[in-house]
Ligand binder design. Structure first.
Ligand code: NAI
Length: 246
């Protein structure tokens, strides 16, 4: 049975790896990304590998854009059965210099986006009596990170949203889990390294398995959590961090 999956932030880094992996496992994948051209390119790459995919330009912080994007998915691929909320932005700087507008933008992109996407797709899952939601948060929610108040707060909110949705929707065959990645090699992480937010050698030295994570490490975990066999796992936080934050 082909299931339809929506992956937000699916044009780059972790989201792109998740889209590739779910498509390889047989899902029809809708790549939602604010970067319309990159969403199209990611979907084209999946199709070139023999998968089924649709690229949709969506700002997931915008409710009406999410509703329109999900409507496109329903007509092109069928009702969504899997949702991976992966879109995110990172902002860093001293707390006392954090502008309210920046705080609001980070919360809207990283957390309210998940509220919109979950609320729009859950009726499809309830009607089908089956669904899987994975929220990509961050290992920074375990430790805190100086200078990242908006980011860590937004990702911590995702952990709470996961718990509540797991309790409310378990009876419909829907599971909701959180994957907080550790230090993963993506364009977002490269930017943080270039800006001096993190030091690569120190990060690797502090990681028990002795390497930086790859987007495929997160994709493999998502693939398990959205599968049939993971139906008894819900409301959980599954850290993928090479042994940090344990
Ligand atoms: P990335 O920057 O490579 O990819 C993020 C994608 O989200 C981009 O394609 C971007 O266009 C998209 N996006 C941003 N705002 C959007 C919006 N409003 N609507 C739709 N799409 C939007 O980042 P990366 O590293 O792949 O991160 C993916 C997720 O994993 C993020 O939520 C990030 O916070 C989280 N994460 C990443 C870690 C890492 O080490 N790379 C560690 C912990 C969490």
């Amino acid at each position: 049975m082909t299931r339809t999956a929506i992956v937000t932030g699916g044009a780059s880094g972790i989201g792109a790896a998740i889209g590739r992996r779910l498509a390889a496992d047989g899902a029809a994948v809708a790549v939602f990304d604010i970067n319309d051209a990159a969403a199209g390119a990611a979907a084209a790459a999946i199709r070139a590998d023999g998968g089924t995919a649709l690229g949709v330009g969506v700002d997931v912080a915008d409710r009406s854009a999410v509703e329109a994007g999900v409507a496109d998915v329903r007509s092109a691929l069928g009702g969504p059965a899997i949702l991976v909320n992966c879109a995110g932005v990172t902002v860093s700087g001293p707390f006392l210099e954090l502008e309210p507008e920046t705080w609001n933008r980070v919360l809207a992109t990283n957390l309210t986006s998940a509220f919109h996407c979950c609320q729009v797709v859950l009726p499809d899952m309830v009607a089908a009596g089956w669904g899987r939601i994975v929220n990509i948060s961050s290992s920074s929610t375990h430790s805190g990170v100086p200078g990242m108040a908006a980011y860590v707060s937004s990702k911590s909110g995702m952990n709470g949203l996961t718990k509540v949705l797991a309790l409310e929707f378990g009876r419909y065959g829907i599971t909701v889990n959180t994957v907080p990645p550790g230090f993963i090699e993506t364009p977002m992480m490269r930017e943080a390294l270039d800006n001096g937010v993190f030091d690569l050698d120190r990060q690797v030295a502090g990681t028990p398995v002795g390497r930086i994570g790859q987007p495929e490490d997160i994709a493999a975990t998502c693939a398990f959590l959205v599968g049939e066999e993971a139906g008894y796992i819900t409301g959980q936080t599954v850290g993928v961090n090479g042994g940090r934050n344990t």
